[in-house]
Design a binder for this molecule. Structure first.
Ligand code: UD1
Ligand code: CA
Length: 459
């Protein structure tokens, strides 16, 4: 039987107190709904439908890279009503798997178990036992232990309220009877909503078995309704990621102070110190060390790179054995070759620096091509912007640039050239020669230092 997945995501998320639709709030850098859709995509379903409502335009726009079919639910009249919006698009011979857009940590393994239970015939229902089941729909079973129905929290009797097994909301149902049951739903309940959960009682009355599957962990089925829950799940997710990294050979000095918001590839014996945030796609070669308090986004670091404390690296590639930091900022479109050294208070933007070159202190290098074995002195600045356009600076191999040099682009420095400290370079410097441009130093022999005037009494 083919599977259609329906992700319910029309809820407003009132308790987020946000202008952003709830399902677009980020967990580990990705919208909640994207987490769910990515897991759904692993279940080889025929199609994934996402039922959206509140902020639908924004949701579709933000997630347009996902291969899903969007279905609008203009008024949120309940989970049964939400599923009803998707049913006309679904082949009646299919199975329908219901997921929630605000339950981001569900795993494909658990959903596979739910699919398997469903495949045996009847309805698959994912449940979990909670110490505090408040707010959830309770699973009511008969004396033989068979599921009889689900009762929503607000409709429970005191005895039902004590039931600790709850409905996670995730279930797999054959489409044909689902359509029939959904047509019979009404909103005669405490919340005046069309409850999807009412179909369980209907199925049981028709003799259709309900196969429950228990979730492995509470986190997998936890929905997000407010920012505290969002933070809880974020911490849990980060913990799982850190655990996975450590189990695969990465040293994390403190797994509780490490955040991965994206994907990481890593070699052997990588060491990551505390308060490091990795975002986007990060690739770390063998023996890469990342010092404390660093932020890396979309960065590729080759073997033996050392990032000293307090660095920011974005959209860049760093060659083998390079040393960055402390306090360096490597901006997008920068490529540093092997064994380059970049030191404190150095900013590099959209530049390439060839092997062995050093830019160790207080410099800005932007729109530049720097050759091999170049020494860039402290306080060197590429003046790449004339107020309207950006211009290039090209520095040849083996160049020595004295401290406090301004390179007014466009400008070229030939191979092996030396630029005297304090130079404002406005024309190309020829290879192999010393070029300097600064006021000539003079000493005024006749000059005497002014003396303080004598005060009254001493006169
Ligand atoms: C629902 C279940 C409850 C279960 C709980 C688990 C029903 C009637 N109740 O309750 O048994 O224990 O989830 O979290 O199904 N949604 C829509 N359109 C709507 C209403 C809801 O898309 O008109 C979406 C929401 O965005 C959310 C999901 O459906 O992702 C669940 O809705 P919510 O209002 O949170 O249901 P609960 O009352 O928590
Ligand atoms: Ca909920």
């Amino acid at each position: 039987m083919s599977l259609s997945i329906v992700v319910l995501a029309a809820g407003q998320g009132k308790r987020m107190y946000s202008d952003v639709p709830k399902v677009l709030h980020a967990l580990a850098g990705k919208p909640l709904l994207e987490h769910v859709c990515r897991v759904a995509a692993r279940l080889s379903a025929e199609r994934i439908y996402v039922v959206h409502g509140h902020g639908g335009e924004r949701v579709r726009e933000a997630l347009r890279h996902l291969d899903v079919t969007w279905i609008e639910q203009s008024r949120q009249l309940g989970t049964g009503h939400a599923v009803a919006q998707a049913l006309p698009s679904i082949d009646s011979r299919n199975g329908v798997l219901i997921l929630y857009g605000d339950v981001p940590l569900i795993t494909s393994e658990t959903l596979q178990r739910l699919k398997d239970a469903f495949a045996e015939g009847g309805i698959g229902l994912l449940t979990v036992d909670l110490d505090d089941p408040g707010g959830y729909g309770r699973i009511v079973r008969d004396h033989s232990g068979a599921v009889v129905r689900i009762v929503e929290h607000k409709d429970t009797t005191p005895e039902e309220r004590a039931i600790r097994e709850v409905n996670t909301g995730m279930m797999a149902i054959p489409a044909a009877p689902l359509l029939r049951w959904i047509e019979r739903l009404d909103d005669r309940n405490a919340q005046r909503e069309y409850y999807l959960t009412d179909i369980i009682g209907m199925a049981v009355r028709e003799g259709i078995p309900i196969k429950t599957v228990a979730a492995d962990s509470v986190y997998e089925v936890m929905g997000i309704n407010d920012r505290e829950q969002l933070a809880d799940l974020e911490r849990h997710y980060q913990h799982l990621q850190a655990q996975h990294l450590m189990r695969s050979g990465v040293t994390l000095r403190d797994p509780a102070r490490f955040d991965l918001r994206g994907e990481i590839e890593f070699g052997r014996d990588v060491v990551i110190d505390v308060n490091v945030i990795l975002e986007g796609r990060v690739k770390l070669g063998d023996r890469v060390h990342i010092g404390p308090n660093s932020y890396l986004r979309d960065a590729e670091l080759a073997d033996d790179v050392a990032v000293l404390p307090n660095c920011v690296l974005e959209e860049c590639a760093i060659g083998k054995g390079a040393r960055i930091g402390p306090f360096s900022r490597i901006r997008p479109e920068t490529r540093l070759a092997d064994h380059v050294h970049v030191g404190n208070f150095v900013e590099i933007k959209k530049s390439t620096v060839a092997a062995g070159s050093k830019i160790n202190h207080l410099s800005y290098v932007g729109d530049a091509e720097v050759g091999r074995d170049v020494n860039v002195g402290a306080g060197t600045i590429t003046c790449n912007y004339d107020g309207a356009n950006k211009h290039k600076t090209v520095i040849g191999d083996g160049v020595f640039i004295g401290s406090d040099t301004l390179l007014v682009a466009p400008v070229r420095v030939g191979d092996g050239a030396t630029i005297g400290a304090g130079t404002t370079l406005t024309q190309d410097a020829p290879p192999g020669a010393l070029t300097l441009g600064r006021a000539r130093q003079t000493t005024v022999e006749s000059w005497t230092r002014p003396q303080k005037k004598k005060t009254g009494e001493e006169k």
